[in-house]
Design a protein around this ligand. Sequence first.
Ligand code: DSN
Length: 390
Amino acid sequence: MHDTQIKKLIDAEKRRQKNVINLIASENYVSKDVLEALGSELTNKYAEGYSALRYYGGNEIVDQIENLAKTRALTVFSLKPEEWAVNVQPLSGSPANVAVYLALVPQGGKIMGMSLDHGGHLTHGHKVSITGKMWTQVPYGVSKETERIDYDALRELAVREKPAIIVAGFTAYPRVIDWAKFREIADACGAYLMVDLSHTAGLVAGGAYPSPFPYADIVTTTVHKTLRGPRSALIFSKKDTRGLPVKIDKAVFPGMQGGPHLNQIAAVAVALQEDAAPAFKKYAAQVVKNAAALSDELQKLGWRIVSGGTDSHLLLVDVWMAGKGIGGKEASDRLEKAGIIVNKNTIPNDARSPVDPSGIRLGSAAETTRGKKEKDFREIARKIDKILRT
Ligand code: DSN
């Protein structure tokens, strides 16, 4: 690379990534093949539209790439092409979610999504996001006692509010979801059921977490978290008489985006092939075991884990412990100084503010990619305990 300034910074970031313990629940380390596809000449190509229906010439190669990415996306989740369609063009998770609402929810209509401070995402209708400005959020949360979803309360709210769409999607909810219950509730109020699977998609692909596909109308997911691919997103839609795939395609392009990023789509295809390989099953199972070991060891050391543990790759540690511990910001800063990277996070019904909440969120996906096992995660828990107690 001739640009020595950028080269130096890339090298420095590479060293940083190598030298830290990365517990950011939404990050991972991609393969060299994914990086190669991302850095390829495909970045030079404009291809507005979809395969065989483009607004530019010269697409005979990139059409094949986009089609391959679609086929692999269906394969990795064991979906039949006659039952499901997939759009591989969303640039990332937030535009993917907005495209779904654009396709299915009239402006001002109701989106029922988990509130951010209980473990939802900004794009599930939060007021500071475009999704809370163009549409109206009907927020749901977790039960105060169990810190898990109370499906009876959810049903009552849905039937009363009649949202156009229910979003079963989470960024800081560590437990398995009863997808069948969500389906029943969506049917009871006549809503679409959209699953934002961004966090657990890799676990579903690897068979380590229940699949929402038998129940959902729409599934969105980022590709860069547990799926271990490039920054990107997918939108799956059910093929039936409602014409969902056509509506979604129109919402992504021309509704939301212009030309797709073909280098990114090729990298998605590479990652999805890796995700379908037998080794990825082992990886997904290990991710879950490692998060459980981390959670268990922290609990043994006296830390309160929200909802009492985890069934996935992530856990929330209540570091504030009603004033007996320290704030989430201080916890995250202290850990970073010691080379452990986490993010501060609100816990359900947090008495503190989002800029300095009561919790930290820990995830096992990235360090599992680097080969760590349960004993390593128990060791990490002991390190965390030492750092937070001094
Ligand atoms: N998806 C979020 C996360 O979980 O980190 C960021 O938008």
